[in-house]
Design a protein around this ligand. Structure first.
Ligand code: 6GU
Length: 229
C-alpha cells in the first residue's frame, strides 16, 4: 500500500513516518508513506499557497493551484483509490473505515485547514472527507497521522503478532479484556499490594481463559461503552 500525504507543514509528519509501527511497516516493505510539501508545487515567486478569501471573511484560504498541481502530478504517476480531505465536518473516522482503507492500493490524504481551503478543491478533487472527532484541530496533519497509524497497523505483517491487531478494542465492537504481566503480585513503593493476577490466567487452561476474556470484554463494554452493544 502507498499513502501520499499533502501538507503545508511536512515537518509535522516527517518523524512519524519513519518511527513506530508506521516506520516498521515501511522497513518491511509493506507500506510506503510519501509526504509532499505543497509549497513545492506553487508557481508563486514567494512560494505562497494561500490568499485572502473573497467576501471579506477572516483568515486565509489555501488556493486551488498548488493542490491541483501536486495531486495531478501524483495521479499521472499511478491510480489512486481515494483522495481524502481531513476536515472537522467530514465523515467520522472509525475502525471499520480504517479496515476498509487498509485494503486500498494507493490513497492521498490532503491535510486541510479549517475554513481555509478553496471549496472547489473539495468539489473537484476530493473523493472522501474525513474527521477524527467532534473537536477542531488547527490543521489536518495530526488527523492524517492518526488515520495513517490506524490504517497501517492492520496491514497483515506490520504487527508481529497478527492476532493482536484483530483482538484490539473495537475490532469486534467489544472493548479489550484486561492484560497482566509479571510479577504475579505487585508490591508498590509504599509496600502495598496491588493485588494478584486473576488465577484463571495462570491455569494454562486455554478454553477457560478465552471464556474469561470474552466475559471481561462484555462486562467492560456494558459498563464503559453500552452504545457499542
Ligand atoms: Cl480531520 N481536521 C481538523 N482540522 N480538525 C479536526 C479533524 C480534522 N477531525 C477532528 N477535528
Amino acid at each position: 500500500m502507498r499513502i501520499d500525504i499533502v501538507t503545508v507543514i511536512p515537518e509535522l509528519l516527517q518523524n512519524f513516518t519513519t518511527e513506530s509501527i508506521v516506520g516498521r511497516g515501511q522497513k518491511k516493505g509493506l507500506v510506503e508513506i510519501h509526504v509532499h510539501n505543497l509549497r513545492d508545487y506553487t508557481t508563486n515567486k514567494w512560494r505562497r499557497v494561500d490568499d485572502y478569501p473573497f467576501g471579506g471573511f477572516a483568515g486565509m484560504v489555501m488556493q486551488c493551484e498548488p493542490i491541483d498541481r501536486c495531486i495531478s502530478q501524483l495521479m499521472s504517476e499511478r491510480h489512486y483509490d481515494e483522495v481524502i480531505f481531513t476536515t472537522p465536518d467530514g465523515e467520522r473516522f472509525d475502525q471499520p473505515m480504517a479496515n476498509e482503507l487498509s485494503l486500498k492500493e494507493n490513497i492521498i490524504i490532503l491535510c486541510g485547514h479549517y475554513k481555509g481551503i478553496d471549496y472547489r478543491v473539495r468539489e473537484q478533487l476530493v473523493t472522501k472527507e474525513v474527521s477524527i472527532g467532534d473537536f477542531v484541530l488547527t490543521g489536518g496533519e495530526l488527523a492524517a497521522a492518526v488515520m495513517t497509524d490506524a490504517i497501517v497497523r492492520i496491514i497483515p505483517g506490520v504487527i508481529g503478532d497478527e492476532q493482536s491487531a484483530l483482538s484490539d478494542s473495537f475490532q469486534d465492537n467489544l472493548l479489550a479484556a484486561p492484560v497482566y504481566t509479571r510479577p504475579k503480585e505487585y508490591i508498590d513503593v509504599r509496600g502495598r499490594s496491588w493485588g494478584e493476577v486473576p488465577e484463571i490466567l495462570l491455569s494454562g487452561h486455554d478454553a477457560k481463559i478465552r471464556e474469561w476474556e470474552l466475559e471481561q470484554s462484555l462486562a467492560r463494554t456494558k459498563r464503559l461503552r453500552p452504545d457499542l452493544l
